[in-house]
Ligand binder design. Sequence first.
Ligand code: ZN
Length: 364
Amino acid sequence: MALAYTVVVHVIGIMGPGLPVLALRPWTVAFGHTVTQLVLGKAPAGRSALECPWLRAHTWIGTCSTFAAARFALLAPFTEWSFGQGPLLGATRMNQRASDRVHLITGGFPPGSTAGHDMEYARSRLLEMLDDAGPISTTVSDDFSDIEDFLPDCKLLVTYVAGPYPDAARCEVIEEWLRNGGRWLALHGTTGGKAARVPDSPRRKMVKLDHHKTLGSFFLNHPPLRQFSVAVADHPLTEGVQGPFDVMDELYLIELQDPDLQVLLTTVLEKDPSPDGFGFAYDEDTSLQADGKTRVLGYVRSVGEGSVIYYSLGHCHSVTTNVQPFVDESVDVAGTTPKVFRGAWETEAFEQLLQNAIAWSTAT
Ligand SMILES: [Zn+2]
Protein backbone atom coordinates (compact mmCIF):
# COMPACT_ATOMS: atom_id res chain seq x y z
CA MET A 1 0.00 0.00 0.00
CA ALA A 2 2.85 2.39 0.77
CA LEU A 3 4.21 1.86 -2.73
CA ALA A 4 0.81 2.64 -4.21
CA TYR A 5 0.65 5.98 -2.48
CA THR A 6 4.17 6.79 -3.56
CA VAL A 7 2.77 6.80 -7.10
CA VAL A 8 0.28 9.47 -6.11
CA VAL A 9 3.05 11.57 -4.61
CA HIS A 10 4.89 11.45 -7.93
CA VAL A 11 1.80 12.55 -9.80
CA ILE A 12 1.52 15.57 -7.54
CA GLY A 13 5.17 16.28 -8.18
CA ILE A 14 4.74 16.74 -11.93
CA MET A 15 1.61 18.85 -11.76
CA GLY A 16 2.00 22.58 -11.89
CA PRO A 17 -0.25 25.37 -10.67
CA GLY A 18 -3.44 25.83 -12.66
CA LEU A 19 -3.30 22.43 -14.35
CA PRO A 20 -6.13 19.95 -14.04
CA VAL A 21 -5.77 17.35 -11.35
CA LEU A 22 -5.20 13.93 -12.79
CA ALA A 23 -4.22 11.05 -10.62
CA LEU A 24 -4.25 7.33 -10.60
CA ARG A 25 -5.72 6.14 -7.38
CA PRO A 26 -4.39 2.77 -6.35
CA TRP A 27 -5.96 1.95 -3.05
CA THR A 28 -6.39 -0.95 -0.79
CA VAL A 29 -9.86 -2.06 0.08
CA ALA A 30 -11.21 -4.74 2.32
CA PHE A 31 -10.69 -8.41 1.50
CA GLY A 32 -7.17 -7.80 0.29
CA HIS A 33 -7.73 -6.33 -3.16
CA THR A 34 -5.88 -3.49 -4.74
CA VAL A 35 -8.09 -1.27 -6.86
CA THR A 36 -6.70 1.16 -9.38
CA GLN A 37 -9.02 3.97 -10.37
CA LEU A 38 -8.55 7.01 -12.57
CA VAL A 39 -9.57 10.21 -10.84
CA LEU A 40 -10.11 13.44 -12.75
CA GLY A 41 -10.59 16.81 -11.19
CA LYS A 42 -10.28 20.52 -11.66
CA ALA A 43 -8.83 23.04 -9.28
CA PRO A 44 -10.73 26.27 -8.51
CA ALA A 45 -9.45 29.42 -10.20
CA GLY A 46 -6.21 30.65 -8.77
CA ARG A 47 -5.48 27.48 -6.80
CA SER A 48 -2.67 25.08 -7.42
CA ALA A 49 -3.25 21.39 -7.80
CA LEU A 50 -0.61 21.01 -5.14
CA GLU A 51 -3.12 22.42 -2.66
CA CYS A 52 -5.70 19.78 -3.50
CA PRO A 53 -7.04 18.40 -0.19
CA TRP A 54 -7.93 15.06 -1.77
CA LEU A 55 -4.38 14.43 -2.92
CA ARG A 56 -2.97 15.76 0.30
CA ALA A 57 -5.17 13.37 2.19
CA HIS A 58 -3.97 10.46 0.11
CA THR A 59 -0.37 11.47 0.55
CA TRP A 60 -0.91 11.65 4.25
CA ILE A 61 -2.56 8.25 4.48
CA GLY A 62 0.35 6.60 2.74
CA THR A 63 1.59 5.80 6.21
CA CYS A 64 -1.79 5.26 7.76
CA SER A 65 -4.66 2.86 7.41
CA THR A 66 -7.68 2.84 5.17
CA PHE A 67 -9.88 3.32 8.22
CA ALA A 68 -7.94 6.42 9.24
CA ALA A 69 -8.14 7.59 5.64
CA ALA A 70 -11.89 7.27 5.61
CA ARG A 71 -12.15 9.32 8.77
CA PHE A 72 -9.82 11.95 7.34
CA ALA A 73 -11.68 12.07 4.05
CA LEU A 74 -14.94 12.82 5.81
CA LEU A 75 -13.35 15.84 7.43
CA ALA A 76 -11.46 17.12 4.39
CA PRO A 77 -12.83 20.35 2.87
CA PHE A 78 -13.87 19.12 -0.53
CA THR A 79 -16.40 21.76 -1.30
CA GLU A 80 -14.15 23.95 -3.42
CA TRP A 81 -12.89 21.08 -5.52
CA SER A 82 -14.70 19.16 -8.17
CA PHE A 83 -13.81 15.57 -8.82
CA GLY A 84 -15.14 12.88 -11.05
CA GLN A 85 -14.61 9.25 -10.34
CA GLY A 86 -12.96 7.76 -13.41
CA PRO A 87 -13.20 4.18 -14.58
CA LEU A 88 -11.84 1.35 -12.53
CA LEU A 89 -8.70 0.25 -14.32
CA GLY A 90 -8.40 -3.01 -12.49
CA ALA A 91 -8.91 -4.89 -9.29
CA THR A 92 -6.39 -7.50 -8.36
CA ARG A 93 -5.87 -9.72 -5.41
CA MET A 94 -3.04 -8.30 -3.36
CA ASN A 95 0.06 -10.38 -3.24
CA GLN A 96 0.29 -9.70 0.44
CA ARG A 97 3.38 -10.66 2.33
CA ALA A 98 2.97 -12.98 5.28
CA SER A 99 4.23 -10.28 7.61
CA ASP A 100 1.27 -8.06 6.81
CA ARG A 101 -1.50 -10.12 8.37
CA VAL A 102 -2.68 -10.47 11.93
CA HIS A 103 -5.21 -13.01 13.18
CA LEU A 104 -7.35 -11.92 16.13
CA ILE A 105 -9.33 -14.32 18.29
CA THR A 106 -11.84 -12.89 20.78
CA GLY A 107 -14.63 -14.86 22.36
CA GLY A 108 -16.02 -16.90 25.20
CA PHE A 109 -17.16 -20.45 25.67
CA PRO A 110 -19.58 -21.82 24.62
CA PRO A 111 -19.21 -20.17 21.20
CA GLY A 112 -21.08 -16.90 21.00
CA SER A 113 -21.10 -16.34 24.74
CA THR A 114 -19.26 -13.51 26.43
CA ALA A 115 -18.16 -15.56 29.45
CA GLY A 116 -18.19 -12.57 31.77
CA HIS A 117 -16.31 -10.20 29.50
CA ASP A 118 -17.17 -7.32 27.21
CA MET A 119 -15.78 -9.11 24.16
CA GLU A 120 -17.08 -6.46 21.78
CA TYR A 121 -15.18 -3.75 23.60
CA ALA A 122 -11.93 -5.74 23.72
CA ARG A 123 -12.30 -6.73 20.07
CA SER A 124 -12.96 -3.19 18.89
CA ARG A 125 -10.08 -1.76 20.94
CA LEU A 126 -7.67 -4.35 19.56
CA LEU A 127 -8.88 -3.81 16.00
CA GLU A 128 -8.47 -0.08 16.45
CA MET A 129 -4.90 -0.51 17.68
CA LEU A 130 -4.08 -2.92 14.85
CA ASP A 131 -5.59 -0.47 12.40
CA ASP A 132 -3.53 2.38 13.79
CA ALA A 133 -0.37 0.27 13.63
CA GLY A 134 -0.02 0.66 9.88
CA PRO A 135 -0.63 -1.26 6.69
CA ILE A 136 -1.56 -4.61 8.18
CA SER A 137 -4.71 -6.56 7.55
CA THR A 138 -6.53 -8.52 10.24
CA THR A 139 -8.67 -11.62 10.13
CA VAL A 140 -10.97 -12.41 13.03
CA SER A 141 -12.30 -15.56 14.68
CA ASP A 142 -14.24 -16.38 17.84
CA ASP A 143 -12.16 -19.38 18.84
CA PHE A 144 -9.29 -21.64 17.77
CA SER A 145 -11.38 -24.11 15.75
CA ASP A 146 -10.08 -22.85 12.40
CA ILE A 147 -6.64 -21.69 13.51
CA GLU A 148 -4.85 -24.00 11.08
CA ASP A 149 -6.47 -22.17 8.16
CA PHE A 150 -5.29 -18.76 9.30
CA LEU A 151 -1.82 -19.25 10.75
CA PRO A 152 0.28 -20.37 7.77
CA ASP A 153 0.75 -16.89 6.27
CA CYS A 154 0.10 -14.92 9.42
CA LYS A 155 2.70 -12.86 11.28
CA LEU A 156 0.93 -12.21 14.56
CA LEU A 157 -1.78 -14.02 16.49
CA VAL A 158 -3.65 -11.94 19.10
CA THR A 159 -5.97 -13.67 21.54
CA TYR A 160 -8.39 -12.35 24.15
CA VAL A 161 -10.54 -15.29 25.15
CA ALA A 162 -12.49 -16.62 28.11
CA GLY A 163 -12.86 -20.35 27.61
CA PRO A 164 -11.70 -21.20 24.07
CA TYR A 165 -8.32 -22.87 23.82
CA PRO A 166 -6.43 -24.82 21.13
CA ASP A 167 -6.54 -28.59 21.53
CA ALA A 168 -3.39 -30.73 21.42
CA ALA A 169 -3.31 -31.02 17.63
CA ARG A 170 -3.80 -27.28 17.19
CA CYS A 171 -1.12 -26.56 19.78
CA GLU A 172 1.27 -28.46 17.52
CA VAL A 173 0.20 -26.26 14.61
CA ILE A 174 0.76 -23.14 16.72
CA GLU A 175 4.12 -24.34 18.01
CA GLU A 176 5.38 -25.11 14.53
CA TRP A 177 4.21 -21.68 13.40
CA LEU A 178 6.00 -20.09 16.38
CA ARG A 179 9.20 -22.01 15.68
CA ASN A 180 9.11 -20.62 12.15
CA GLY A 181 8.89 -17.03 13.36
CA GLY A 182 5.24 -16.50 14.33
CA ARG A 183 4.41 -14.25 17.24
CA TRP A 184 1.53 -14.72 19.66
CA LEU A 185 0.26 -11.83 21.76
CA ALA A 186 -1.89 -13.60 24.35
CA LEU A 187 -4.04 -11.61 26.75
CA HIS A 188 -5.96 -12.09 29.96
CA GLY A 189 -8.05 -15.30 29.90
CA THR A 190 -5.93 -17.00 27.26
CA THR A 191 -4.11 -18.79 30.12
CA GLY A 192 -7.41 -20.24 31.31
CA GLY A 193 -9.41 -22.77 29.35
CA LYS A 194 -11.24 -25.70 30.85
CA ALA A 195 -12.38 -26.08 34.47
CA ALA A 196 -13.43 -29.38 36.03
CA ARG A 197 -15.80 -29.96 38.93
CA VAL A 198 -14.02 -30.75 42.20
CA PRO A 199 -15.47 -34.04 43.56
CA ASP A 200 -17.93 -33.56 46.41
CA SER A 201 -17.71 -29.79 46.11
CA PRO A 202 -19.57 -27.04 44.27
CA ARG A 203 -16.22 -25.58 43.21
CA ARG A 204 -14.28 -26.02 40.02
CA LYS A 205 -10.58 -26.24 39.35
CA MET A 206 -8.68 -25.32 36.20
CA VAL A 207 -7.26 -28.18 34.13
CA LYS A 208 -3.72 -27.91 32.84
CA LEU A 209 -3.67 -28.67 29.11
CA ASP A 210 -1.30 -28.53 26.13
CA HIS A 211 -1.92 -24.87 25.38
CA HIS A 212 -0.53 -23.85 28.77
CA LYS A 213 2.82 -25.33 27.77
CA THR A 214 2.65 -23.56 24.42
CA LEU A 215 1.80 -20.28 26.14
CA GLY A 216 4.22 -20.68 29.00
CA SER A 217 1.77 -20.29 31.89
CA PHE A 218 -1.31 -21.76 33.56
CA PHE A 219 -4.08 -19.76 35.24
CA LEU A 220 -5.01 -20.82 38.77
CA ASN A 221 -7.39 -18.15 40.02
CA HIS A 222 -7.86 -14.44 40.57
CA PRO A 223 -9.12 -12.64 43.67
CA PRO A 224 -11.97 -10.10 43.33
CA LEU A 225 -11.21 -7.06 41.16
CA ARG A 226 -8.73 -4.88 43.02
CA GLN A 227 -6.22 -2.10 42.60
CA PHE A 228 -2.54 -3.01 42.55
CA SER A 229 0.82 -1.72 41.43
CA VAL A 230 2.61 -3.21 38.44
CA ALA A 231 6.40 -3.17 38.20
CA VAL A 232 7.84 -2.97 34.69
CA ALA A 233 11.08 -4.60 33.53
CA ASP A 234 13.38 -2.93 31.03
CA HIS A 235 12.78 -4.43 27.57
CA PRO A 236 11.95 -3.15 24.07
CA LEU A 237 8.39 -4.38 24.65
CA THR A 238 8.01 -2.06 27.65
CA GLU A 239 9.61 1.01 26.07
CA GLY A 240 7.70 4.15 26.97
CA VAL A 241 5.77 2.43 29.75
CA GLN A 242 6.15 4.36 32.98
CA GLY A 243 6.48 1.92 35.83
CA PRO A 244 5.43 1.08 38.36
CA PHE A 245 1.86 1.92 37.40
CA ASP A 246 -1.38 1.42 39.31
CA VAL A 247 -4.22 -0.47 37.74
CA MET A 248 -7.60 -1.90 38.68
CA ASP A 249 -7.94 -5.37 37.26
CA GLU A 250 -8.21 -9.07 37.99
CA LEU A 251 -4.87 -9.99 39.55
CA TYR A 252 -4.15 -13.29 37.87
CA LEU A 253 -2.31 -16.01 39.74
CA ILE A 254 -0.43 -17.84 36.99
CA GLU A 255 1.91 -20.79 37.28
CA LEU A 256 4.84 -20.36 34.92
CA GLN A 257 5.58 -23.30 32.62
CA ASP A 258 8.88 -22.14 31.17
CA PRO A 259 11.89 -21.34 33.38
CA ASP A 260 13.56 -19.40 30.57
CA LEU A 261 10.88 -16.83 29.84
CA GLN A 262 11.68 -13.15 30.30
CA VAL A 263 9.50 -11.52 32.92
CA LEU A 264 8.11 -8.11 31.89
CA LEU A 265 5.46 -7.27 34.50
CA THR A 266 5.16 -8.24 38.14
CA THR A 267 3.21 -7.29 41.24
CA VAL A 268 3.61 -8.00 44.91
CA LEU A 269 0.93 -10.02 46.68
CA GLU A 270 1.96 -12.38 49.47
CA LYS A 271 -1.32 -14.22 49.87
CA ASP A 272 -4.32 -14.79 47.63
CA PRO A 273 -6.91 -12.54 49.35
CA SER A 274 -9.89 -14.35 47.80
CA PRO A 275 -12.70 -14.94 50.29
CA ASP A 276 -13.43 -18.62 50.98
CA GLY A 277 -15.02 -20.26 47.98
CA PHE A 278 -14.33 -17.37 45.60
CA GLY A 279 -13.29 -18.27 42.09
CA PHE A 280 -11.47 -21.45 41.16
CA ALA A 281 -10.05 -23.95 43.63
CA TYR A 282 -6.38 -24.96 43.45
CA ASP A 283 -4.21 -27.29 45.49
CA GLU A 284 -1.18 -25.08 45.96
CA ASP A 285 -0.39 -21.46 45.13
CA THR A 286 2.27 -22.22 42.54
CA SER A 287 2.11 -18.68 41.14
CA LEU A 288 4.20 -17.32 44.00
CA GLN A 289 7.80 -16.68 43.01
CA ALA A 290 10.83 -17.77 45.05
CA ASP A 291 10.81 -14.60 47.18
CA GLY A 292 7.37 -15.52 48.50
CA LYS A 293 5.64 -12.33 47.38
CA THR A 294 6.13 -11.65 43.66
CA ARG A 295 3.57 -12.62 41.00
CA VAL A 296 4.32 -12.50 37.29
CA LEU A 297 1.72 -10.63 35.22
CA GLY A 298 3.49 -10.47 31.88
CA TYR A 299 6.36 -12.04 30.00
CA VAL A 300 7.88 -12.86 26.65
CA ARG A 301 9.26 -16.26 25.75
CA SER A 302 11.11 -17.46 22.70
CA VAL A 303 9.95 -20.46 20.70
CA GLY A 304 12.42 -21.14 17.91
CA GLU A 305 12.41 -18.08 15.66
CA GLY A 306 9.16 -16.85 17.18
CA SER A 307 7.82 -15.62 20.51
CA VAL A 308 4.89 -15.63 22.88
CA ILE A 309 4.05 -12.39 24.68
CA TYR A 310 1.54 -12.74 27.49
CA TYR A 311 -0.16 -10.08 29.60
CA SER A 312 -2.66 -11.24 32.20
CA LEU A 313 -4.18 -7.75 32.49
CA GLY A 314 -7.25 -6.64 30.57
CA HIS A 315 -10.46 -7.60 32.34
CA CYS A 316 -13.47 -5.67 31.07
CA HIS A 317 -17.19 -6.11 31.42
CA SER A 318 -20.38 -4.25 30.65
CA VAL A 319 -23.80 -4.16 32.30
CA THR A 320 -24.95 -7.18 30.33
CA THR A 321 -21.76 -9.21 30.55
CA ASN A 322 -20.77 -8.77 34.20
CA VAL A 323 -20.61 -11.88 36.36
CA GLN A 324 -18.48 -10.46 39.20
CA PRO A 325 -20.49 -10.70 42.45
CA PHE A 326 -18.42 -8.08 44.29
CA VAL A 327 -15.10 -6.26 44.19
CA ASP A 328 -12.32 -5.39 46.60
CA GLU A 329 -12.74 -2.18 48.58
CA SER A 330 -9.80 -0.68 46.65
CA VAL A 331 -12.17 -0.58 43.65
CA ASP A 332 -15.35 0.34 45.52
CA VAL A 333 -15.57 0.95 49.26
CA ALA A 334 -18.95 -0.74 49.43
CA GLY A 335 -17.70 -3.69 47.38
CA THR A 336 -20.23 -3.04 44.63
CA THR A 337 -19.12 -4.20 41.22
CA PRO A 338 -18.98 -1.32 38.70
CA LYS A 339 -21.61 -1.77 36.02
CA VAL A 340 -19.05 -1.00 33.34
CA PHE A 341 -15.45 -1.94 34.01
CA ARG A 342 -12.53 -1.37 31.65
CA GLY A 343 -9.61 -1.32 34.09
CA ALA A 344 -6.26 -1.59 32.34
CA TRP A 345 -7.76 -0.73 28.94
CA GLU A 346 -8.13 2.85 30.17
CA THR A 347 -4.50 3.20 31.28
CA GLU A 348 -1.75 4.63 29.12
CA ALA A 349 0.57 1.87 30.31
CA PHE A 350 -1.56 -1.02 29.01
CA GLU A 351 -2.25 0.77 25.75
CA GLN A 352 1.49 1.34 25.28
CA LEU A 353 2.24 -2.30 26.08
CA LEU A 354 -0.23 -3.45 23.43
CA GLN A 355 1.01 -0.96 20.86
CA ASN A 356 4.60 -2.01 21.51
CA ALA A 357 3.74 -5.68 21.21
CA ILE A 358 1.93 -5.13 17.91
CA ALA A 359 4.75 -3.00 16.50
CA TRP A 360 7.45 -5.40 17.70
CA SER A 361 5.61 -8.42 16.34
CA THR A 362 4.76 -7.01 12.95
CA ALA A 363 8.13 -5.39 12.28
CA THR A 364 9.83 -6.98 9.31
ZN1 ZN B 1 -11.58 -11.24 33.27
